[in-house]
Design a protein around this ligand. Structure first.
Ligand code: NAP
Length: 542
């Protein structure tokens, strides 16, 4: 590459959520020019797209945030344990304002192509308006749960009222008070949405295919005392996340297995932890719940019994009972009044799996094999093409015009979820085969890794980093080996997005590194220390 090949920016990133903001911070700190594009009308990523009623984080607020500035951690005030989308958006604006990030961000800018240019070694990025930009380093910051799945229901498009995916909630809001609402899907999104909508909608009817294991969230206000406690221990909290298997500030491992604990004691411990809420229940009770099938069965039965104890109608409770798959082999939602909502007169559950499969969407509602339901609004809470969807939709072309989507046809391969062979100088933040963890933690660890690679290249005069095929093969095999040993590998029985089993045109695949987020972050650091042995660097020609 010649030095005359000066790019418009050192770094271009697509996506102005947590990943894009973190990238701006760390790239600037490293002295690199950066620009972030997003097709949305606001920053926020998930929190700008998912404006549905009840949308809130499932991670507790004080570690669901960026940690690069102690000042920001101290200054920002959360109002509740799990902030809603509005508060998360306000937080992200606070970060962008305080850190003067706006000059680096272009909103309402849809990137429609990203091509590696063999002749210059630069990436050429094209917007829907036809503008082009070049960069040396191209970063996908598009999120791992961002590209919606729209099922091919017969008649979809015929419905006369609003009908949209939950992650395309009307940005101007939607007046659903007094309306008859249908929600298709029973994942985390629906579990959050249903109890809130049921409060003012005329009716809410949930069309469920698979019943979920669901744990309590237990929302609570952020008191002055709690805030002081958090803010006086932030270094420890950040370190806890960095060293936790799911990137969360939990007190685990606890050093105790369910399998080795007497049954009475097991029930006592589970009962004590249940009302505390959050994913802590999985991690602060026993260490073997997600690895030992028998321990998993015991906890699965406990969760099922507890979650349904307030559902009055026995038939509804039966429909809500998860069957035929292990706890956590599908990502469990957190409930804020979900089960109680089914006791309301205006909430109905329809089992579209066995009892009355969905036949078609009509002009006025939804027809099942048993009856026609009339609605004013239909929400498709039907999930996402996790980990690969956004990159595949772009499209991204590497060496010799290779389309990333084509490369991933059979195996969504990567090196640690960051690099892809045949795609020089492309970096993904939480790409496929990275862990599934508290996202801000994983995002920051990925960004630090990417920036360390860029710093090395700039320092040592490299033009290209070319991910090695053998390193990719090794990571793919390692990730698959671990996946096979986990209960998550059974997610294909119930269309789990965690292995792409929710996509009708694709075979289930290994999408997540389940070796532990902390172990993964260690591997990233080890790679930096070893000089990035997974990639081959090519010198700049002067
Ligand atoms: P999801 O968990 O994938 O759920 C999609 C739902 O749509 C499932 O119940 C699925 O049924 C159903 N569905 C899909 N296609 C269908 C069809 N053709 N007919 C009938 N039903 C169909 O999606 P999500 O609820 O949007 O959540 C996805 C992930 O996003 C979560 O697991 C979570 O990681 C993240 N999320 C996080 C938060 C948070 O942290 N606060 C909130 C929302 C989402 P099957 O189960 O039978 O496939």
């Amino acid at each position: 590459m010649g030095s005359k090949n000066i790019p418009d920016y050192d770094v271009i990133a697509v996506g102005a959520g947590f990943a894009g903001l973190a990238m701006i911070h760390y790239a600037r700190e490293a002295g690199r020019s950066i620009h972030v594009f997003d097709k949305a009308s606001d920053i926020g990523g998930t929190w700008t797209w998912n404006r549905y009623p009840g949308a809130a984080s499932d991670s507790e607020c004080y570690y669901y945030c960026l940690t690069f500035s102690k000042e920001l951690l101290q200054e920002w005030k959360w109002s509740v344990r799990y902030p809603g989308w509005e508060e998360n958006l306000r937080y992200m604006h606070f970060v962008a304002d305080k850190c003067d990030m706006w000059p680096h961000i272009s909103l309402n800018t849809n990137i429609v192509a990203a091509d590696f240019q063999e002749s210059t070694g630069l990436w050429l990025i094209r917007t829907a308006r036809g503008d082009t930009y070049t960069c040396r380093y191209f970063v996908s910051a598009m999120g791992m749960i961002s590209e919606p799945v729209i099922p091919d229901f017969k008649g979809l498009g015929k419905f006369k009222g609003p009908c949209f995916h939950s992650a395309r909630w009307p940005q101007e809001g939607l007046d659903y008070a007094g309306k008859r609402v249908a929600i298709i899907g029973s994942g985390s999104t629906s579990v959050q949405m249903l109890p809130v909508m049921a409060q003012t909608a005329a009716s809410v009817t949930l069309f469920q295919r698979t019943a979920n294991f669901i744990m309590p969230g237990v929302q609570k206000p952020m008191t002055q005392e709690w805030e002081t406690e958090i803010k006086s221990h932030y270094d420890e909290i950040v370190a806890k996340c960095r060293n936790h298997v799911f990137g969360m500030a939990f007190d685990s491992p606890v050093g105790r297995n369910l399998a080795d604990t007497p049954p009475d004691e097991v029930q006592k411990i589970l009962n004590e932890h249940w009302p505390r809420g959050s994913f802590r229940f999985c991690f602060e009770t026993f260490d073997d719940l997600l690895s030992n099938p028998e321990s998993n069965r015991v906890v699965g039965e406990f969760v099922t019994r507890k979650m349904l104890e307030n559902v009055k109608d026995r038939e509804v409770a039966d429909m809500l009972t998860p069957k035929g798959y292990p706890f956590f082999s599908k990502r469990p939602p957190l409930s804020h009044g979900y089960f109680e909502a089914f006791n309301r007169d205006n909430v109905k559950l329809v089992d579209v799996n066995e009892r009355e499969p969905l036949v078609e969407i009509t002009e006025t509602g939804i027809r099942t094999t048993k009856q026609h339901y009339e609605f004013d609004i239909i929400v498709l809470a039907t999930g996402f093409q996790a980990y690969t969807g956004a990159q595949e939709a772009l499209p991204i072309r590497g060496r010799n015009g290779l389309l990333l989507k084509d490369k991933w046809e059979e195996v969504s391969s990567s090196i640690m979820g960051v690099f892809v062979a045949e795609f020089p100088n492309l970096f993904m933040i939480t790409g496929p085969q990275a862990p599934f963890a508290n996202l801000p933690t994983s995002i920051e660890q990925n960004v630090l890794y990417i920036i360390d690679c860029i710093k090395k290249m700039e320092r040592e005069g490299y033009a290209l980093c070319k991910p090695k095929h053998d390193a990719e093969e090794a990571w793919v095999n390692h990730t698959a080996d671990i996946h096979r040993q986990t209960l998550m590998a059974q997610g294909d029985k119930v269309h789990s997005w965690m292995m792409g089993a929710n996509l009708r045109n694709k075979k289930p695949r290994v999408l997540i590194y389940f070796g532990g987020a902390n172990a993964y972050y260690d591997k990233l650091r080890a790679s930096v220390d070893a000089g990035f042995p997974e990639v081959e660097f090519e010198q700049r020609a002067e």
